[in-house]
Design a protein around this ligand. Structure first.
Ligand code: NAD
Length: 355
């Protein structure tokens, strides 16, 4: 499996270095034959190549079997004409990575303030309110007069249908429960269509229980009783916000692993951003990126029918849980280790489990 590795900005280089070590350890134990191809995106690429991402990089990623993308300083990238392209958008759009899968669960070793839970947010990734990806050319946010901005939101039947299908297929492997999160009380047409398509797809999965929650109330419900939820399917912006909340409820945003998947390609990418407030201090939690890497291996294993990749993925997830339980983790989840030391503890446990 050939994986392009792009460390990204802020805490990206620190957490990606640890994740690469974790992938090498999984490769040694499970004989995966990984080939990691290191390249750059974000600020470093902007300085060296005049753009945060380049067409040559896209071609390299297209030819590979997967991509690991570090967190990006997206807020800094304001003008695409100056090469300041949002790399997340770039890959999600160009590779049609329409399903953003963001699991959140509690771990033994981290006090579960709201009780134990295990859920997954399935977020549409290619349209919605995202001004940098929902019209063919240019941004969909317009300065009409100096005092008037219009931001457009795009919802298509196709994107609703395919994200719903991802959610129901995932639910069939879990507790067979899908919650549709929406704002159809106000966005009657767009979210109305989203709900309709979810129910339409849901008819093909009669064993899956379906319910609906309005997104603002969902913020209260998920804090009140996160264990009520299994798979939560929602549109792009709501999913982005909700999944940061669920990651933090699980103990830390630094536990927020995520996979961006399409039919042909997939990208592992932590749910959080570049965290400039803690960058360069060796305190960022690498768990989110390690989990994202594990999800990428699992995606590839499922696609190719390669058991070793699925086993490696499961072993990485278990090892992560074991390190947390043993308090071999970073400060955000109650440990005392730095990023590098938490990574080394992870590798040691993953290797020891093989003996
Ligand atoms: P953020 O997600 O980077 O950080 C939010 C908070 O969570 C901060 O306090 C940070 O220290 C903490 N945090 C994040 N990751 C952590 C980790 N692994 N371990 C421990 N703590 C962690 O959000 P922000 O500060 O609003 O955004 C910073 C930059 O990241 C902005 O430029 C934003 O646009 C960008 N961003 C990028 C992505 C992405 O690349 N997918 C996602 C969200 C934000």
């Amino acid at each position: 499996m050939k994986i392009v590795v792009l460390p990204g900005d802020g805490i990206g280089p620190e957490t990606m270095a640890v994740t690469v070590d974790a992938l090498h350890a999984a490769d040694r134990r499970f004989g995966l034959g990984l080939q990691l191809d290191h390249d750059i995106a974000g600020h470093e690429s902007l300085q060296r190549h005049g753009a945060t991402v380049t067409p040559a990089l896209l071609e390299k990623v297209r030819a590979a079997d997967g991509l690991m993308l570090g967190p990006m300083a997206t807020y800094d990238f304001k003008d695409e004409a100056k090469g300041e392209i949002n790399p997340s958008k770039f890959f999600r759009k160009a590779l049609d990575l329409y399903a953003n899968i963001r699991p959140a669960r509690t771990y033994p070793g981290i006090p579960a303030r709201l009780g134990e839970f295990d859920l997954v947010v399935v977020r549409e990734n290619t349209e919605g309110f995202y001004a940098d990806r929902n019209i063919e050319s240019g941004p969909s946010e317009m300065l009409i007069t100096p005092d008037l901005v219009i931001s457009l939101r795009r919802i298509t039947r196709l994107c609703c249908e395919r994200i719903a299908r991802s959610a129901f297929e995932l639910a069939m492997t879990r507790k067979k429960h899908v919650t549709i999160v929406h704002k159809a009380n106000v966005l009657k047409l767009g979210d109305g269509m989203f709900i309709d398509m979810c129910h339409q797809v849901g008819k093909e999965f009669p064993d899956v229980r379906i319910d609906e929650v309005i997104v603002d109330a969902m913020m209260a419900h998920v804090v009140r009783a996160p264990d009520r939820y299994d798979v939560i399917v929602t549109t792009n912006m709501f999913g982005d916000i909700l999944s940061d909340l669920t990651a933090e409820l699980s103990g830390s945003l630094g536990l927020g692993g995520s996979l961006n998947a399409g039919r042909e390609h997939a990208m592992g990418q932590a749910a959080h951003g570049s965290a400039p407030d803690i960058a360069g201090q060796n305190i960022a939690n690498p768990a989110s990126l390690i989990l994202s890497a594990a999800m990428l291996l699992n995606w590839y294993g499922q696609r190719k029918g390669k058991q070793a990749f699925m086993e490696a993925s499961a072993a990485m997830e278990k090892t992560l849980a074991d390190t947390i339980q043993a308090r071999e983790c970073t400060v955000d989840v109650g440990g005392k280790l730095g990023t590098r030391e938490a990574g080394a503890a992870f590798v040691k446990r993953l290797e020891a489990a093989a003996n």
